[in-house]
Design a protein around this ligand. Sequence first.
Ligand SMILES: [Zn+2]
Length: 144
Amino acid sequence: MKKLKLEIELTYDDELMHSGDSDPQSKAWFTREVLLKEEGGLILHSNEIGDEVGEVRVLSISNVEEGAKGRLQRASARYVERMGHECPFCGSREVESSDNYASDQDWIRVPTHCWRCCFEWTEVYLLSRIAIHNKDVEALPSEL
Ligand SMILES: [Zn+2]
């Protein structure tokens, strides 16, 4: 018997295997009993030879999707830190916010678009106060 160290990426139906992320116990069971089980856990099968190639022992697990989420969170934080102005994905200043904004209670959502990389995102504003022009103060209704 020969032992090789492989780096593999597993794509599987997480909803079918452990109800996605909705059932942490089921997900823990899947990780412990299916992926990490020391003996007879995972079998590498080849459709090419129509047979089992050998037994796989999982050495480490990382979540590729969480990596993408992390990158998105960093891009979002950088965008907010720079007060917008630059596309969070490609850095272009050719970004345009739509006049077609939506609001619900005190949140205002503005669809925004990058003309270079064509990514689209939504700027979310919290309405905290208003500022009025000095010339309008005299026109305020007296009952306010
Ligand atoms: Zn861009």
